[in-house]
Design a protein around this ligand. Structure first.
Ligand SMILES: Cc1cc2nc3c(=O)[nH]c(=O)nc-3n(C[C@H](O)[C@H](O)[C@H](O)COP(=O)(O)OP(=O)(O)OC[C@H]3O[C@@H](n4cnc5c(N)ncnc54)[C@H](O)[C@@H]3O)c2cc1C
Ligand code: FES
Length: 512
C-alpha cells in the first residue's frame, strides 16, 4: 500500500466521454491535467471526483458505488460523489470534485470545485459553547475534526496524556515499525491544523477526574476545564503480565508513537526479538521486525494464531505465512520469566532475546468513567447515540460498549475505523443531530503483503463457509450463526467484502 497519489492515466475527461459507454456502478478513471479523476454515472446524473482515496491511496474505482457514494476497496472509507467529502472514516480529508456538463451525447468534466461538506446538523444559538474531549486518539481526533467540519464555532479542548499529537496508530505496528513509512505519514494532521481549526490540543495532560454535576474536568495539575458537552475517548492500554522480568527496560509494549520509536531504537542494535502473544498486533510486529532483518520468535498459549477471531483455517494460513517469512512459533506455550538475556518458557526451554515485545491484549481505560459514576459494563455503557448514563457525556472508541443493531447485543471492539466513526457520530450528537451509531464494525490487519479485511462481529459462530482458496490468497470466509452471516473475513476480495458490508447494513435497516 502506498499513500502516494495515483498517476494520471486513461482518457482526458475534459474532451468528453460518450454517455452510452458509461454504466451505472462502473466508474471510469481518466484524468484532468495531472489529476486522476473518477467519472461515475447514476441514472442521468454524472459525477467527477478524485480517483485516489485520501486515507492510504486506495483506488476508488475498484471499490463499490452505493447510491451517490463510493467506498474504498482497501479499508472501506466512503466518499460522497456529489461533494467529494469523506463521509466515513478512515479517510478524513475530501477528494477533489469537478463539475460536469452533458452535451451532444457526451459528458465533459469541467472545472475543479470546492469540496464542500454537507452539514448534517444545524449549528446555532442552541448549540453547546464548550466541548471537551478526553483522548487524542482515533475517536477524539475524529470527533474534533467533525465538530469543525460541521461549522461548530465554540471552544474545543482536546486533552491527551500522550506526548505526541494524534497519530495513525495502525501504522505503528506496520509500515512505520518496518521502516517503510516516512515520518510524515504518522501524524493524522500537522501542528498547523490545530491552530487553524482552533482546537486547543493539550498534550502531556492527564485528566484526573470528571465532575459530572459541575460539568468540568480536573487535570492532573489541579487545573479545571469546563464543558457543555464531553467526549470520553480514553482508549485502551496494553496489558502487562505479572511475570518476573516484565519491568526490565528491554521489555516493551506497543500503543504510542513513543513505544514504537523505543522498539525501533532497540531493534537497530539487536539480532533477536521475542514476541509474547500471537494477536494481530503481536504478529504485525513480528512481520515488521522480520522486515528489519531480525530473528523473531513468537510465544503464545493458543494452538493457532487468531483462531478465536478468524477460525482455524485462517489461523493456520497466518501461521504458515509467518513461518514462510522466517518467524519461529512457540505455540501452546507461555513465558514464565524474562531476564536480561532470555525468556524462560513454561515448557521448560529458554529463548535468547535481545528484547521482548508483549502483545498480549489491551484493557480499556475506564478509571475516569468509573470514578465519575458512569454506568459500566465491561466498557462504558452508551446508548445508540453514544451518550453515556450521564446526559451530555458521550463515549467512543475502545472504551465504549454500544448496542450493535446488526448483532442485536451490546458490544465493545478495538478497531480503528469503529473508533473514528464513533467519534464522528458522537460529535454530531453533541451538536444535537440525534444520529444513531449503526456502522457495521470493520477492521483490517496486514501481514507482509497480505491484507485481511473483516466486516461484522462474530464472538461465536456455528458455521464457517469458505469461498475461494485461502492458500492462494483469494478468499472470503463467512461466519454464520443460525444460518445468518454475522461476519466475513477476506483476502483480496475487496468488492465482495464491501458488498457484504452493504448487505449487513440493509438487512438491519429492513428489520428495523
Ligand atoms: C500498534 C497498533 C496497531 C493497530 N492496528 C490496527 C489495525 O490495523 N486495524 C484496526 O482496526 N485497529 C488497529 N489498532 C487498534 C486501534 O488503534 C484502536 O482501536 C484505536 O486507536 C482506538 O481509538 P480510541 O480513540 O478509542 O483510543 P486511542 O487511539 O488509544 O486514544 C486514546 C487517547 O486517550 C488518551 N488518554 C487516556 N486516558 C487519559 C487521561 N486520563 N487523560 C488524558 N488522556 C488520556 C491517550 O493518551 C490517547 O491519546 C491498532 C492498535 C495499535 C496499538
Ligand atoms: S486506502 Fe482507502 S480506506 Fe484506506
Amino acid at each position: 500500500m502506498s499513500a502516494a497519489g495515483r498517476e494520471a492515466s486513461g482518457p482526458d475527461l475534459t474532451l468528453g466521454v460518450r454517455i452510452d459507454t458509461l454504466t451505472e456502478g462502473m466508474p471510469l478513471v481518466g484524468h484532468v491535467g495531472e489529476d486522476a479523476v473518477l467519472l461515475a454515472r447514476r441514472g442521468n446524473e454524472f459525477f467527477a471526483i478524485g480517483a485516489t482515496c485520501t486515507h492510504y491511496g486506495g483506488p476508488l474505482a475498484e471499490g463499490l458505488m452505493v447510491d451517490d457514494t463510493v467506498r474504498c476497496p482497501w479499508h472501506h472509507a466512503c466518499f460522497s460523489l456529489r461533494t467529494g467529502e469523506a463521509i466515513h472514516a478512515p479517510a478524513l480529508s475530501p477528494v477533489g470534485r469537478w463539475s460536469t456538463e452533458v452535451r451532444d451525447g457526451k459528458v465533459f468534466v469541467r472545472d475543479k470545485a470546492e469540496a464542500t461538506p454537507k452539514r448534517r446538523v444545524a449549528v446555532g444559538s442552541g448549540s453547546p459553547r464548550k466541548v471537551a474531549v478526553i483522548g487524542g486518539g482515533a475517536a477524539g481526533f475524529a470527533a474534533a475534526e467533525m465538530l469543525r467540519r460541521q461549522g461548530f464555532q465554540g471552544d474545543i479542548v482536546m486533552m491527551s496524556d500522550d506526548d505526541a499529537p494524534p497519530v495513525d496508530r495502525p501504522n505503528l505496528s506496520k509500515d512505520y515499525l518496518a521502516g517503510t513509512a516516512p515520518e510524515e505519514w504518522v501524524p493524522l494532521r500537522d501542528e498547523r491544523f490545530y491552530d487553524e481549526q482552533r482546537i486547543d490540543l493539550r498534550l502531556k495532560t492527564t485528566v484526573a477526574a470528571i465532575d459530572v454535576l459541575a460539568r468540568e474536568v480536573a487535570l492532573g495539575d489541579g487545573a479545571k476545564v469546563a464543558y457543555d458537552r464531553l467526549l470520553l475517548a480514553t482508549g485502551a492500554e496494553p496489558i502487562r503480565l505479572p511475570l518476573p522480568g516484565m519491568d526490565l527496560p528491554h521489555v516493551y509494549t506497543l500503543r504510542t508513537l513513543g513505544d514504537c520509536r523505543a522498539i525501533i531504537a532497540r531493534a537497530a542494535n539487536a539480532k533477536r526479538a521475542v514476541i509474547m502473544g500471537a494477536s494481530f498486533i503481536g504478529l504485525e510486529v513480528a512481520a515488521s521486525l522480520r522486515a528489519r532483518g531480525l530473528e523473531v520468535h513468537v510465544v503464545a498459549p493458543e494452538k493457532r494464531p487468531m483462531e478465536r477471531v478468524l477460525g482455524p483455517q485462517l489461523g493456520d494460513f497466518v501461521r504458515g505465512l509467518h513461518q514462510e517469512h522466517g518467524v519461529v512459533f512457540h505455540l501452546e506455550d507461555t513465558a514464565t520469566a524474562i531476564d536480561a538475556r532470555q525468556v524462560t518458557l513454561k515448557s521448560g526451554g529458554t529463548i535468547g532475546a535481545d528484547f521482548v515485545v508483549a502483545g498480549v491484549g489491551v484493557r480499556p481505560r475506564l478509571k475516569l468513567a468509573e470514578k465519575a459514576g458512569l454506568a459500566i459494563d465491561r466498557g462504558v455503557t452508551v446508548n445508540e447515540f453514544l451518550e453515556t448514563s450521564a446526559p451530555g457525556i458521550f463515549a467512543a472508541g475502545d472504551i465504549a460498549r454500544w448496542p450493535d443493531p446488526h448483532g442485536g447485543a451490546a458490544i465493545r471492539v478495538e478497531h480503528w475505523v469503529v473508533a473514528q466513526r464513533q467519534g464522528q457520530i458522537a460529535a454530531l450528537n453533541m451538536l444535537g443531530a440525534g444520529e444513531k451509531f449503526d456502522s457495521v464494525p470493520f477492521f483490517w490487519s496486514q501481514h507482509y503483503d497480505v491484507p485481511i479485511n473483516y466486516v461484522g462481529h462474530a464472538e461465536a459462530w456455528d458455521e464457517l463457509a469458505i469461498d475461494g482458496e485461502i492458500a492462494a490468497r483469494d478468499c472470503i470466509l463467512r461466519y454464520k450463526r443460525n444460518g445468518r452471516v454475522v461476519a466475513i473475513a477476506s483476502i483480496y476480495r475487496d468488492v465482495e467484502s464491501l458488498k457484504s458490508e452493504v448487505a449487513m447494513e440493509r438487512e438491519t435497516m429492513t428489520r428495523a
